[in-house]
Design a protein around this ligand. Structure first.
Ligand SMILES: [Zn+2]
Length: 243
């Protein structure tokens, strides 16, 4: 049975395709690789990305993940960057939010006026109904946009994971690898890695995800991080990826 722990996570910097698990049979062994989907489908003229020996890549990525979890500063820096982005969004969005609020107030009072005109018989129902419907649609659009902006500004309350929380994750990955349970290692890697960008065999950049904010039970945090920041991992040593 051939399991590819990094299925769906490896992205080709050359053509943007995902790498897929492939294998090649030698004299006495079958070798697993990750091969760019673009190269696989359209040939090396379309994408010349190296195919990567699967085991070496998986080992390197796990090592890089464990190293990152030992370095809380990496995560603190990523969260600080997310804060900066939220801050920037804040000043950019403040003007738009104020304008939205003002327009929404105008639209709502307009609706009120049409309804009163209809009640007092000052305007025929058909005209009145059409106008109210138009304004109602506009009000809904304004409220939707308002919510979008508010969500974007929400990143400001992210908090970096504590060294203890990282230690727990580190422990879980280490244990799973030691147990040799492919399924649980794969589950953890799929939950904790955002993606692995491959520009060449010598330039591989894993980007890790980390559950942030909220006091989730550790299990929930690992299985379904509701929000995440990207942490640039350390590059796996290229020498291990030579075929
Ligand atoms: Zn490619």
């Amino acid at each position: 049975m051939f399991t590819y722990l990094l299925t769906g996570l490896v992205v080709c910097g050359g053509c943007g395709s995902r790498f897929t698990g492939t294998r090649a049979t030698g004299r006495s062994n079958t070798y697993r690789y990750y091969t760019c989907g673009g190269r696989q489908r359209y040939g090396t003229k379309t994408c010349s990305a190296d195919r990567l020996p699967a085991e070496a890549l998986e080992d390197a990525v796990v090592r890089s993940l464990l190293a990152a979890y030992a370095d809380q500063d990496l995560f603190a820096a990523a969260v600080a960057e997310a804060h900066d982005r939220a801050q920037l969004g804040h000043s950019r969005h403040e003007g738009e939010l104020a304008a939205l609020d003002a327009e929404l107030a105008k639209v709502e009072s307009g609706i009120g006026r049409y309804l009163r005109a209809f009640e007092t018989g000052a305007m025929p129902e058909t005209i009145c109904g059409t106008r109210v419907k138009e304004l109602g649609g506009r009000a809904t659009a304004l409220r939707t946009r308002h919510q979008e902006l508010a969500d974007e500004m929400d990143e400001a309350d992210l908090t970096a994971p504590t060294p203890e929380k990282l230690a727990v994750l580190r422990e879980r990955v280490t244990e799973a690898v030691k147990d040799g349970s492919t399924a649980s290692v794969k589950g953890l890697l799929q939950a904790l890695i955002h993606e692995i960008r491959v520009d060449s065999r010598d330039a591989i950049q894993p980007i890790f995800r980390v559950p942030v904010g909220g006091d989730h039970h550790e299990d929930d945090a690992v299985r379904a991080p509701s929000r995440s920041v990207e942490v640039n991992g350390l590059e796996p040593s290229a020498s291990t990826l030579r075929t």
